[in-house]
Ligand binder design. Structure first.
Ligand code: HEC
Ligand code: HEC
Length: 296
């Protein structure tokens, strides 16, 4: 009895040690990314984020929802609720108040979300949401009034009804890989409370190289915008808006447009400076911020 118990006890002890060692020293192997994510196109995802039903995104223009999407555009564009910088109402869109034709900005930081969630979890969050009511495609948005009935209009659309899985994977790839990190392009101070906050931009282009940025501008932008950025006047339908002024006043927005394109028929998608790296854009921002070379 005595002799038999010892090896059994010893065996049990070893087992215990091995299991507890396993628990404390080896972290579980990371979930392998689905092939659909690996093969996804994050540049297309960036276009989808701007306006997923645009011609440039390849969205089926015969889709029965097109009329509805066009009629209530800002209730469906990801960028409207989540902002170009992905910071929602806590970034550059802290003063973008709702109107009858556009909803409140979401109180979410998609940059953090994208970093913290696995590709699959992020896919699920876009497609179905996690315990949060999503707006049905049939919702009537014509009577939206931010002061009285914002609840449904402010909800994220139920994208399982609108986007294909492939499109959602492209959005996931955009959020996790291709979206530019604006903190590498400029400094910003956000103060106040949505929707009456203030954004102050500084240090545009950060430690970028202006001379290299000027060469980039000459190669990718000058043909349309001219030597001083004033060739296309009144950019953004704003009197007096020049290329330099736009960078200095809306660096949050231009970064997306030069990487993923300026959508729409007037401005060709050629505007996107592919393949453009974060360093290229930093250099470009640095020179465009120069008020002598690129005046207001
Ligand atoms: C009408 C505004 C609106 C639109 C348009 C919208 N969202 Fe959202 N989104 C929200 C709100 C509000 C939340 C937070 C509540 C929720 O999860 O439903 C959210 C949550 C999310 C989340 C989860 C974030 C988190 O931290 O929980 C992701 C990811 C996301 N949205 C991505 C997108 C993408 C991609 C698009 C475009 C295809 C999009 N959203 C369009 C309003 C919107
Ligand atoms: C093929 C011509 C073309 C090229 C190349 C081009 N752009 Fe544009 N850009 C346009 C047009 C057209 C518009 C839209 C004008 C408008 O809507 O008023 C535009 C708009 C803009 C705007 C205003 C954005 C807005 O929201 O209205 C800025 C800023 C800008 N371009 C900067 C650049 C920079 C920087 C580059 C180089 C990386 C560049 N563009 C390359 C044609 C071009």
């Amino acid at each position: 009895m005595k002799f038999k118990l010892v090896p059994i006890c010893f065996g049990m002890l070893m087992l215990l040690l091995v299991t507890s060692c396993n628990d404390s020293t080896t972290t579980p192997a990371p979930e392998k990314d689905p092939d659909a994510y690996t093969n996804a196109n994050g540049i297309n995802g960036g276009i989808l984020f701007d306006k997923f039903w645009s011609v440039e995104s390849g969205f089926d223009q015969a889709n029965p929802n097109i009329a509805k999407l066009n009629a209530s555009s800002d209730f469906f564009r990801c960028k409207q609720c989540h902002a170009w910088d992905l910071l929602g109402r806590n970034g550059s869109y802290n003063n973008r108040a709702p109107k009858t034709n556009r909803p409140n900005i979401a109180d979410r930081n998609l940059r953090t979300t994208a970093k913290n969630l696995s590709a699959q979890a992020l896919f699920n969050a876009i497609k179905n949401g996690i315990n949060t009511p999503r707006r049905d495609i049939s919702a009537d948005l014509s009577g939206y009034n931010p002061a009285t009935n914002a609840t449904v209009g402010d909800q994220m659309p139920k994208f399982s009804q609108i986007l294909t899985d492939a499109q959602i994977w492209n959005l996931v790839k955009f959020l996790k890989v291709e979206a530019l990190d604006v903190t590498q392009l400029y400094d910003a101070t956000y103060s106040g409370t949505y929707p009456t906050g203030t954004s102050v931009y500084s240090n545009i282009g950060k430690d970028g190289d202006a001379a290299v940025g000027l060469e980039f501008y000459k190669a990718k932008c000058q043909v349309c915008h001219g030597v001083d950025g004033k060739q296309i006047a009144n950019l953004d339908a704003t009197p007096g808006m020049t290329t330099g002024k736009f960078v200095r006043s809306k660096p949050n927005e231009l970064q997306h447009k030069i990487k993923f394109g300026q959508l729409g028929t007037i401005a060709p998608l050629d505007m996107k400076a592919t393949p453009g790296t974060i360093t290229d854009f930093k250099n470009l921002y640095k020179v465009l911020a120069d008020v002598v070379l690129f005046p207001n």
